[in-house]
Design a binder for this molecule. Structure first.
Ligand code: SAM
Length: 264
C-alpha cells in the first residue's frame, strides 16, 4: 500500500513503537525528499570510494540485487560501474524517488516493490550478490523477521553468492555511550542525526533539518556479534566484518560495520 501520509505518526508514546511494519509509516514523502539532503551523494561517494565495487568484483559478482534501494544511491553507483542491478525496496515512496534520481543521472532503474520477509514472492531470479546497505536491516524489530529476511536473501543468491549488509555500531552506543560521528553515510550539510533514546530493543534517532523540520526513525539496535551469529545460523559459511571500510579496527571506533556473508 502506498503511504500518502505527509507527517510521521508515532502515536502518544513513540518509545512503544517497536514494530517491523512501521518503516512504511516512517518514510513519508517529506522525509524521503529530505533524505538526499541527509545523504549527500557526492560526499558519500567520496567517503565510500570504490569499497563496495571492489568487494563485489573480488567476489566475481556481476548481477546484484539491492534490497534496500532507498533513494537509489548504491543502485546508481553500481550501474555506473557496469553491474547488472535490480533495485528492490518495501517502500514505494523510496522506489519512486530512486527512479527519479537515477533518471536524472541517465539510468533507468529496474525496480521491484518487495518486503524482505516475502522477497521471493516478488523477486524470481538468482543473483551473485545481495546488498542491504545504509543501516537498513535495523528496521526489523523481531528476531523472526530478521531470520525470515535473511533466509529470503539467502534463497535468491546463487550457490556461490554473497550478501553484503551493513549496520551502525550500536555496541559502541549501548556499551560506551559514545555518540557516533555519523560522517560516513549521513554526509549532508546542516543535518543533525542523533540517538534520542537507546535501550536493548530500541534505537530512536532524531533527524533535524534546517527550518526546524524534525523526523524520527525507530530502529532495533543490532549488536555486531548477534548479527554475525544470525548470518551463520541461516547458512552463510563465512562472515567477514569490516569497520568503516577497513578490515582491522578497534571495536568501539567504527561508526558502521559491514558484514560480507559468503554462501559457499
Ligand atoms: N540503502 C539506502 C541508503 O543507504 O541510502 C536506504 C537506506 S534506508 C535507511 C532503509 C531502507 O530500507 C528504506 O528505503 C526502507 O523502505 C527499506 N526497508 C526497511 N524495512 C524493509 C522491509 N522489511 N522490506 C523492504 N524494505 C525495507
Amino acid at each position: 500500500m502506498i503511504n500518502t501520509a505527509v507527517k510521521q505518526e508515532f502515536g502518544s508514546n513513540p518509545l512503544k513503537v517497536r514494530d517491523t511494519n512501521h518503516y512504511q509509516a516512517e518514510y513519508v514523502h517529506s522525509f524521503v525528499d529530505r533524505w538526499d539532503q541527509l545523504i549527500d551523494w557526492d560526499r558519500r561517494a567520496e567517503s565510500e570510494g570504490d569499497f563496495f565495487i571492489r568487494l563485489l568484483q573480488e567476489q566475481g559478482a556481476r548481477k546484484v540485487l539491492d534490497v534496500a534501494t532507498g533513494t537509489g544511491f548504491h543502485s546508481v553507483q553500481l550501474l555506473k560501474a557496469g553491474f547488472e542491478v535490480t533495485s528492490a525496496d518495501g517502500s514505494p515512496v523510496m522506489l519512486g524517488k530512486a527512479f527519479e534520481n537515477a533518471r536524472k543521472r541517465n539510468h533507468i532503474l529496474r525496480t521491484v516493490h518487495a518486503d524482505w520477509r516475502w522477497l521471493n514472492r516478488d523477486v524470481h531470479d538468482y543473483y551473485d550478490a545481495v546488498i542491504c546497505l545504509g543501516n537498513s536491516f535495523t528496521h526489523l524489530h523481531d528476531e523472526k523477521d530478521r531470520r525470515k529476511a535473511l533466509a529470503e536473501f539467502y534463497a535468491t543468491l546463487r550457490h556461490d553468492g554473497v550478501l553484503i549488509l551493513d549496520q551502525r555500531n550500536y555496541d559502541a552506543i549501548l556499551d560506551h555511550q559514545i555518540e557516533p560521528r555519523h560522517n560516513f553515510y549521513y554526509c549532508g550539510d546542516n543535518v543533525r542525526a542523533t540517538p534520542e533514546h537507546m535501550d536493548d530493543s530500541l534505537a530512536r534517532f532524531r533527524y533535524e533539518f534546517p527550518g526546524d523540520e524534525v523526523f524520527h526513525l525507530n530502529m532495533f539496535p543490532l549488536r555486531k556479534q548477534y548479527m554475525q551469529r544470525l548470518l551463520h545460523e541461516v547458512g552463510f559459511q563465512r562472515v567477514t566484518t569490516y569497520g568503516d571500510f577497513k578490515e582491522t579496527y578497534r571495536e568501539s571506533e567504527p561508526d558502521y560495520f559491514i558484514h560480507v556473508a559468503e554462501k559457499r
